[in-house]
Design a protein around this ligand. Structure first.
Ligand SMILES: [Zn+2]
Length: 127
């Protein structure tokens, strides 16, 4: 159950989960502290991403050049990836990437759902 619930958490967080599944996940989250904590963490990441995506993320001047310069230096390549991994509040690297991707997908998914909902409402009015 926990595995299934946690697999559904990204969709639960961005509200793209079907209502019945949403209710099941919500019930489980109230009973299971482990999944509840995982939910809180994903929600925080998701809202963090939302805040980040408000203003276009401008990398500091010269940062890219600096990174390229560092990466070109022999022996530094392995270390360059480390700060990026730790950037998402100590989460497991693979999971962080998955969450970032899920968050990005959620943004578009929500927009689409809103558009579809508005369209459905309009067509109901016409009848
Ligand atoms: Zn659980």
């Amino acid at each position: 159950m926990c595995g299934e619930v946690q697999a559904n958490l990204p969709a639960y967080v961005d509200r793209s989960l079907p209502r019945i599944r949403r209710r099941l996940v919500g019930l489980h989250l109230r009973r299971c502290s482990e999944c509840g904590e995982e939910f809180a963490r994903q929600r925080d990441v998701s809202t963090g991403l939302g805040r980040l995506s408000q203003p276009p993320a401008e990398p500091p001047e010269g940062l890219l050049e600096q990174l390229l310069e560092d990466a070109a230096r022999p022996g530094v390549k392995g270390r360059v990836a480390v700060p990026a991994r730790g950037a998402v509040s100590g989460a497991r690297p693979a999971l962080s990437v998955a969450l970032l991707v899920a968050g990005a997908a959620a943004g578009t998914g929500l927009g689409y759902a809103g558009w579809r909902g508005a369209r459905a409402a309009r067509s109901r009015l016409r009848r």
